[in-house]
Design a protein around this ligand. Sequence first.
Ligand SMILES: [Zn+2]
Length: 378
Amino acid sequence: MKKFNFCLLGVLFLLTFSVSFAGTKPLDGLRDYNGTYKGSPGTGTIEYRSGINTGTLYRDNEDFGSVSGCNGEGCGSHGGVDIPIISGTLVKASFAGEVVKAECETNLGWGGLVVIKSISPYNSSEIIYTSYAHLRNWSYYSVGNQVVEGSVIGESGGGAGDVCSGTSGGAHLHFQIDKNHAFYKPWYPQLINRTYNTPDSDFKVTEYTYNPIVFVVGGYNWTFADQGNSEYWTDLNTSYSGIESDIYWIDGNYDPYIWRNGDVNGYVNCEPELTTLTKPCSAQITADANIYKWVMVNIQNFCITNPMKVYYKTSLDDTWSEIKSNSFDYTSPANYWFYMGNDPNWVGIIKNIRIDPAVNCDPASFDPNYFYQITLQR
Ligand SMILES: [Zn+2]
């Protein structure tokens, strides 16, 4: 895009909001999750990729999209996340609970494996299982031990030369949260006659597992704190737009909006640094509607034509419509909280969201809208 020689109008540096955690991240310094390989900029040093080497996102694949045609959420059936990390990194328990597995698992390829049974932080009558795989040290605790949240339960591995690395393409931690299903834990797609590379178009993976880092952090977090990185959001009906100074800014026309939906196929360009990815990336998200009921938009409008609106699509209704929306009148720069939980259509898995900062803006003048941060959270 041709760069407009103007400076952003009246930038107010609104405070970045941090999502209220439900548990402890398995790795210190791990970024919040935003459904991209770089993770939420400005929230940590550890990304879901290392250099050009991508990890594996939730419901992602391990074949760079050769089966599904895309990379990222929904493009596969991976039940957890793979975080590329140097071997020997301390791994922490995300929730308090009982160790039910601490072993070198050799049949299925998990390698050094610890599984902890816990009470869900979102529902005291629900049991969840948190798994940490490809560990080079899984013996900090034994089966039957109780662990407290945040305690070190192992050391990451999975690299060449690591003991008990299992089926691993390089040093990384596989982190997964299973629901209380009847299958082996950690769940894997072959249990339902699929491969990791089968696109999860019917959201089957979410019947057995939770989007793990989203579950621990308490939601998705888009910070726009990385110059030029739209975090897989795109804008429509705009004259100009950009991501700079911690702002996703748009100069809108009639009916301007940004969405996490991508193109007609639901795709966006992957991060340019990830040269190994030749297929596009998915703009899909995976958020349980019964847990994450708030959309927070930190915004400053210079084009003010109310109301602002949030629209969404779900695993049960894959269409955009007025009945699946929520609105709020803009007054001044602030965090705007859209409570979606009372909406009868906010059910199943939220797979795409769209935000309209204003009804219409003036195509003939520079009347921008500044998005500082967006969260979808508990
Ligand atoms: Zn994995």
